[in-house]
Design a protein around this ligand. Structure first.
Ligand code: DGL
Length: 258
């Protein structure tokens, strides 16, 4: 039976790729799952995180009846993609920092990677830089507080401009830097605030278009259902429910983990 395409993140970050997915796949039903009980993922220990991501994605895939899983989380993808593909019966699309397009776009060859502590130091990320940005100077900046700011913004609260300014400050130490990779799916949700905090114009590059393109290729082989989508969470949260509703998702059902 046809099911939806399931988008997974620790929190609301995956919503930053939903628009691109809907544009590429206007007929496909999307469902959304998040592990809001354990948010944020970015400072958690790897072995624990792999077990947790497998447990949550396994439960969400079974409960949603999805035909494909989009892991809309760099922190999860750079760690657990192989394990997820081994465990799950559906195709899995991952999200990794857009180093390659950023290196192609930058004129100066000086780029920044803004992501969680986990993502900026993962071997997967270092390999991406070695492979696709050999000729570039790449500043890797851990910006975990921005995850909370994006969550707050989607919960209807104002973001804290001082937190954003402080998180971005290390980028501007390189006067030639002209391109910034948003290597956490939460960060595009703050794009206007990030641009407002920047002392000069830079290009902000995220992965949502690439994820949508790859998901469309996968969807061609699995025929997703049409229609509106369910959502799933690991803890009750009224603010999350209204953020999901604004993105067209039904109120979250609580996931039961094995
Ligand atoms: N949105 C997630 C990412 O893309 C992670 C946020 C977090 O839970 O730390 O990395």
């Amino acid at each position: 039976m046809a099911g939806p395409i399931l988008v997974f993140d620790s929190g609301v970050g995956g919503l930053s790729v939903v628009a691109a997915l809907r544009e590429r796949l206007p007929q496909a039903a999307l469902a959304y799952a998040c592990d809001n009980a354990m948010l944020p993922y970015g400072r958690r220990e790897d072995a624990w995180l792999v077990r947790r991501i497998l447990a949550v994605c396994d439960a969400a895939v079974r409960t949603s009846g999805c035909v494909a899983l989009v892991v809309a989380c760099n922190t999860a993808s750079t760690l657990a993609l192989d394990a997820l593909r081994e465990r799950l019966r559906v195709p899995v699309v991952g999200t990794v920092p857009a180093i390659k397009p950023a290196a192609a776009l930058s004129r100066s060859g000086h780029i920044g990677l803004l992501a969680t502590s986990a993502t900026v130091s993962r071997p997967y990320t270092l390999r991406l830089i070695e492979t696709f940005a050999t000729d570039c100077t790449v500043r890797r900046i851990a910006a975990d507080p921005l995850v909370r700011e994006a969550e707050r913004r989607l919960a209807g609260e104002a973001h804290d401009a001082a937190v954003i300014e402080e998180a971005l400050a290390p980028l501007w130490e390189d006067p030639e830097l002209d391109t910034v990779v948003l290597g956490c799916t939460h960060f595009p949700l703050l794009r206007d605030a990030l641009a407002a905090a920047a002392p000069r114009e830079v290009a902000w590059v995220d992965s949502s278009e690439a994820i949508a393109r790859r998901t469309a290729q996968v969807a061609a082989g699995v025929a997703p259902a049409a229609g509106p989508g369910a959502s799933f969470a690991t803890a009750p949260d009224a603010a999350l429910a209204s953020a999901l509703a604004r993105f067209g998702f039904a109120a979250p059902q609580l996931l039961h983990l094995d």
